[in-house]
Design a protein around this ligand. Structure first.
Ligand code: F6R
Length: 235
């Protein structure tokens, strides 16, 4: 495990983008696992700058996102597909057909979970997985539970997560209560993992994640077992 202490959010964002940028330069056909939420916004802005100044070419890159809200279509501005398009994909030369986000409005969710797992298999797994950290220790939308869910599944969001994500919505009632997320096994199978954590409010949970027992009650604690984990923190 590598732990990098960033000075502040901007520093964290530049460092994370440099690591992802290096991955793109070293392997221009990389499969990137991507996250949404507040933390990666600055990272994506720096990746866009890297594209604009000619350092980064996304034309051979494929991406797989961690999760999506159930019930939100890609055109809904709260959907994670919309987030990825507006925060990153629309601003770089990535082929949209090589970007994947789970379908939150699939008519058969079980089938959608299987499709998404097969899609990741077909890409031969994820080369570099970017993760944010939930206040309750979740990664993707793998919420605290009795077991580590292995594969893509539909999850009831915890009250903590609904409250934390309410800041992105007009009303807390508008926050979807269910999401589709890739499983812990798919995350752990990524060749490299980059966890970015920002803000004093996450200091305590990050300490549990890195130094506490490995338990599905703190899902991100499983990352202690990953052979190539980098954590960038400004907490
Ligand atoms: C987002 C995701 C979540 C977030 C986490 C932290 O795709 O899977 O696990 O990374 O909730 O969110 P922020 O960065 O908003 O604190």
């Amino acid at each position: 495990m590598r732990i990098i202490k960033a000075q502040d959010y901007d520093d964290l964002s530049r460092k994370a983008a440099n690591i992802i940028g290096a991955q793109i330069i070293l392997n221009p056909t990389s499969v990137l696992g991507l996250a949404t939420g507040g933390t990666p916004v600055g990272t994506y802005q720096n990746l866009i700058k890297g594209y604009q100044n000619g350092d980064l070419d996304f034309s051979g890159i494929s991406t797989v996102n961690l999760d999506e809200y159930v019930g939100l279509s890609p055109s809904n501005d709260q959907s994670y597909r919309y987030f990825m398009d507006t925060q990153l994909f629309n601003h770089v030369n990535i082929a949209k057909e090589r970007t994947s986000v789970p379908d939150g409005v699939a008519s058969d969710m079980d089938l959608e979970c299987k499709r998404y797992d097969a899609l990741m298999e077909g890409l031969n797994g994820i080369d570099l997985q970017l993760l944010g950290l939930g206040m309750n220790g979740h990664i993707g939308f793998n919420e605290p539970a009795d077991i580590f869910e292995k594969t893509t599944h539909v999850v009831e969001l915890s009250e903590d997560t609904v409250n934390a994500n309410a800041r992105f919505f007009d009303n807390i009632e508008d926050v979807p209560r269910r999401a589709i997320t890739i499983g812990i096994q798919s995350i752990m199978k990524a060749k490299k993992i980059l966890l970015i954590v920002s803000g004093e409010s996450k200091r305590q949970i990050l300490d549990q994640v890195l130094n506490g027992p490995i338990t599905p009650l703190v899902p991100a604690s499983v990352l202690q077992l990953h052979p190539d984990l980098t954590v960038i923190m400004s907490v």
